[in-house]
Write a protein that binds this ligand. Structure first.
Ligand SMILES: *Cc1c(COP(=O)(O)O)cnc(C)c1O
Ligand code: SF4
Length: 450
């Protein structure tokens, strides 16, 4: 296998007009794409453009839909408004103001991530840290708050367009180590972003190496949430510090901890290049495990055979399918979202096509305010059609694995659209959740229900 090193090159909104691969797209459509890219984040790179997108198949090519701005991502009204001011060559300030007005209508802060999951330590809130579920603490390293390209459906889009200040991200010198030393119930650290793998190996080591000390014996697993294995596999093969990075992975494993690369893969095409497979091989050779996850979205992977093929390829390559997520209600959601009924059917049909080794993918899962909600499927109980749902993770651990029922609804796309079945006024957890939301300090103060 002859792999040439690549130096990363990014494409942004201004390149939409000059990219030769887009020459066959009409000037009107290109202008509309630029209009969208002024509102929602757009970034592609040379690997995606040169090796992942099948340019003979645009605009429907899934990787093109995954990374390039599409006119349909904005409402016709908002789209026309942006096109108009672009045509008028409006000053940057006007463009920014208009873009911000549109952004604020796109539900930029779903799920209360910021307000409700940030822990307190010695009276101060720990910015850049989230602690929602007992065992797992999320860390948002300051330097890892962008990605090697942006997904068009990204739920973290507000941080990439500057709508959210990056207080969200922690510094390596931060308090999080002290917090972790005190919280002996924590077994897992999840470094997330953006994409922590946009950091240099040296920077990443500042977060990981300290956790290998004896004070952190209670930390069993270090996870890194990343899209880099799909978007920039050169990170693990030919980038100048690739070997240094893999050396860091090896040290974690040698210290007796589990290192899990939580690879975001949206489509099997991201696994199909020689470099993508080489990256996986090299990561796995360090003793790290790769688990995979992605949301199911319209226009990109809304087909059971796409998922089945992706899971099969992952299993062949030694990766472990982990989650199929439901897309959150934010950003260009109207373009990407699907009714839960359809999402359930895609999961059900996809899972049937793979052996037990691929059925480790849990789904469809909504990561929502009360917890991670899994929709098991549709059933009928004494004549009433219902969704059967339960928590995989919850703000109160005691809410987990208690199946509950929501009225069947062909249009619902999210837990918030669902109503309790059998004429109940609330889901079993809702009173406790409301109580929690009025409190400032955190999560584990919820008492188990009996
Ligand atoms: C998904 C998630 C986790 C990890 O949950 P697991 O079930 O251990 O994979 C941790 N924290 C938050 C906030 C999450 O959304
Ligand atoms: S990799 Fe994740 S954080 Fe980055 S753009 Fe895609 S969905 Fe968003």
């Amino acid at each position: 296998m002859n792999i040439q090193p690549k130096k990363i090159h990014f494409y942004s909104a201004k390149d939409i007009n000059s990219l030769p691969q887009l020459a066959n797209i009409s000037p009107e459509t290109r202008l509309a794409m630029q209009a969208v890219a002024k509102v929602l984040p757009f970034r592609a790179n040379n690997y995606i453009v040169e090796e992942l997108i099948d340019w003979g198949n645009i605009p429907d090519d899934p990787v093109f839909r995954l990374t390039f701005a599409h006119p349909e991502m904005l409402s016709p009204k908002d789209l026309n408004c942006m096109i108009q001011i672009l045509k008028e060559n409006a000053p940057e300030k006007v463009l920014q103001q208009t873009a911000n007005q549109i952004r604020l209508r796109l539900n930029p802060h779903p799920g209360g991530q910021k307000q409700h999951n940030v822990p307190y330590f010695e009276g101060k809130s720990l910015q850049g840290v989230q602690h929602k579920y007992q065992q797992t603490v999320l860390i948002f390293p300051t330097a890892g708050q962008h990605c090697h390209a942006y997904c068009t459906f990204c739920f973290r889009w507000p941080q990439f367009v500057g709508l959210e200040d990056l207080k969200f991200a922690t510094r390596e010198s931060g308090y999080f180590q002290d917090y972790l030393q005190q919280h002996r119930e924590v077994t897992d650290i999840l470094l997330t972003g953006g994409d922590p793998m946009t950091m240099k190996a040296r920077q990443l080591a500042l977060y990981i190496e300290p956790l290998l000390k004896p004070e952190f014996d209670h930390i069993q697993s270090i996870r890194i949430g990343t899209k880099s294995v799909a978007y920039w596999p050169y990170r693990y093969v030919t980038d100048h510090d690739a070997d240094q990075l893999l050396g860091l992975f090896e040290r974690v494993v040698q210290q007796g901890k589990h290192l899990a690369i939580m690879g975001h893969y949206t489509h099997w095409r991201e696994l199909d290049t020689a470099i993508a497979q080489k990256a996986i091989q090299r990561i796995r050779a360090t003793g790290a495990q790769i688990r995979t996850q992605a949301p199911v979205v319209s226009h990109i992977n809304d087909d059971p055979s796409t998922w089945a093929k992706m899971w099969q390829m992952q299993v062949s390559l030694g990766c472990i399918p982990y989650y199929m997520f439901v897309e959150r209600q934010t950003g260009a959601k109207e373009y990407f979202e699907m009714p839960l009924v359809k999402v359930c059917e895609i999961y059900r049909q996809a899972i049937q096509k793979v052996s037990g080794l691929g059925r480790t993918a849990r789904g469809p899962v909504m990561s929502a305010l009360p917890g991670k909600v899994q929709v098991h499927g549709i059933s009928e109980i004494q004549g009433e059609k219902v969704f059967v749902v339960s928590f995989l993770q919850a703000r109160n651990p005691d809410w987990c694995n208690r199946p509950f029922f929501a009225s069947f609804d062909t249009e619902a796309t999210w837990i918030g659209d669902l109503k309790p079945a059998f004429g109940e006024s609330k889901f079993f957890y809702e009173s406790q959740l409301e109580e929690f939301l009025t409190k400032k300090e955190v999560v584990r103060q919820l008492t188990p229900i009996s």
